[in-house]
Design a protein around this ligand. Structure first.
Ligand SMILES: *Cc1c(COP(=O)(O)O)cnc(C)c1O
Length: 434
């Protein structure tokens, strides 16, 4: 692993802030991935961003392929979004009452997802998914949920689970502080393994919902096989189990709307976050009328939020989605992602490094592995030591990617041909440094 002294660029201010931040923040961060624990060294503190670039406190410039883990799909500082936010900020931050912005964003979102009649806005992806657990239970009158190993659905107790060892299908808490009771109704299946889902459904008649990332992005990018995802839709429907498609990451990323449409499935309930808030804290869940009418005030499933549907966040979401629809960058994303994939594979071959690249639209992931990666077990077998060297190599070359082998790289719509050249050059140099 790189020690901080091995890094050639100047990062003295980041280092100083990292030390100072330890005193009153937990590990100097507010979300653990930002601590760079899996790549060692010191985390970067960012100061500003514009377009495709982000700048740390030491003045180093990077092409941003993190994009705040997805939301900044238009790049940083889009004029239309700034204008909309400024206008709303001057009109009022929050009222604790309904505003027209919420209706406008709801219409945009529902129109983008077939089968979504109504939506409820919340403040994060975590909150969207945890609300949906309750909704699925309220609607079906059943208690168990199924999730896939390696899929992340936020940090709520019932979804912070790990698979028990060996033959035990028992789930175990995925974090200290999660009581065994909170995960005893959560069953874990294997991504791309339909038999593992069928087994649970056959053995447990109390399943309310199956939760899935339509394209997994939190174990690195992992695509579902066509047969797996379609059969999952069929068997859940046949068993009266709701299919909850967590599009917090994928929503508006590979098309305007959700990945589920590209995959040829339709969710019973869809979860959203990240892009939908245009960089502000927004999550959402939506479904057909029959299901959404369970939610308070129409129905008896309680869920609320002081800042939910916040006018400034709604304005950012409206402006972002409106601009995204007008730009329609999805074909360009595919082309640029294909070029990056080829650059990664060519550079790996040239340097005798085993590499597999998974991608879907503007989500890309190089895995340091000779094997195909189709599930969590395979993802975990990659060479993370090589990833760590590659990561720091990219940082040195002015390319900012997530500090983990298991996080997706994202593209923004403002990546220029010149940026692409820099990315490819950076990849070549970084791969050499392994
Ligand atoms: C990011 C993410 C979440 C959690 O969203 P937060 O806003 O971080 O709470 C949930 N599900 C998926 C698929 C995600 O990528």
């Amino acid at each position: 692993m790189f020690a901080k002294n091995d890094i050639l660029m100047n990062n003295t201010k980041s280092q100083a802030l990292y030390s100072k931040g330890q005193q009153h923040l937990v590990g100097a961060v507010n979300s653990p991935v930002r601590a760079f624990k899996s790549v060692g060294g010191n985390p970067l503190f960012m100061e500003r961003a514009h377009g495709s670039k982000i700048y740390d406190v030491d003045g180093n410039e990077y092409i941003d392929l993190v994009l705040s883990y997805g939301p900044m799909i238009l790049g940083h500082g889009n004029n239309k979004v700034i204008e909309a936010v400024q206008k709303q900020v001057c009109t009022g931050f929050t009222f604790g009452a309904s505003t027209e912005n919420e209706i406008v964003l709801a219409e945009i979102v529902c129109n983008a997802f077939p089968g979504m009649d109504k939506v409820r806005f919340v403040n994060s992806g975590t909150e969207a998914v945890l609300s949906v657990i309750r909704l699925a239970r309220a609607y079906t009158g059943k208690n168990h949920i199924i999730k896939f190993a390696g899929c992340y659905h936020g940090h709520s107790d019932a979804l912070l689970v790990a698979a028990g060892s060996g033959l035990a299908t028992l789930s175990i808490p995925g974090s200290k502080g999660v009581p065994a009771d909170a995960v005893k109704n959560t069953l874990i299946a294997e991504y791309n393994n339909i038999e593992s889902v069928k087994k649970h459904i056959n053995e447990c008649k109390d399943v309310a919902a199956v939760f899935i990332e339509p394209i997994a992005g939190n174990m690195g990018v992992v695509l579902p096989s066509d047969h797996f995802i379609k059969e999952l839709r069929e068997i859940t429907k046949a068993a009266g189990i709701l299919l909850v498609v967590d599009e917090v990451m994928t929503g508006f990323r590979s098309k305007f709307g959700g990945a589920q449409e590209l995959l040829g499935i339709e969710a019973d309930i869809t979860c959203l976050g990240k892009v939908v808030g245009g960089g502000f804290p927004v999550g959402a869940y939506g479904s057909r009328n029959e299901i959404m009418e369970m939610v308070s005030p129409l129905g008896d499933m309680y869920q609320a939020g002081t800042l939910s549907g916040n006018p400034v966040a709604m304005a950012a979401g409206i402006a972002t989605l409106t601009e995204l629809k007008a730009q329609n960058p999805y074909e360009k994303f595919n082309q640029q992602a294909a070029i990056i994939e080829k650059a990664l594979l060519d550079a790996a071959t040239e340097n005798g490094i085993a590499l597999t690249v998974n991608r879907f639209g503007s989500m890309i992931n190089p895995f340091f592995s000779a094997k195909k990666i189709t599930n969590f077990t395979e993802a975990q077998e990659c060479n993370t030591a090589q990833f760590t060297k590659f990561f720091w190599g990219l940082i040195e070359n002015g390319i900012y990617i997530p500090p983990s082998q298991f996080e997706a790289w994202f593209l923004s719509s403002v990546i220029s041909d010149e940026d692409m050249e820099r990315i490819i050059k950076g990849i070549n140099n970084a791969m050499k440094s392994i």
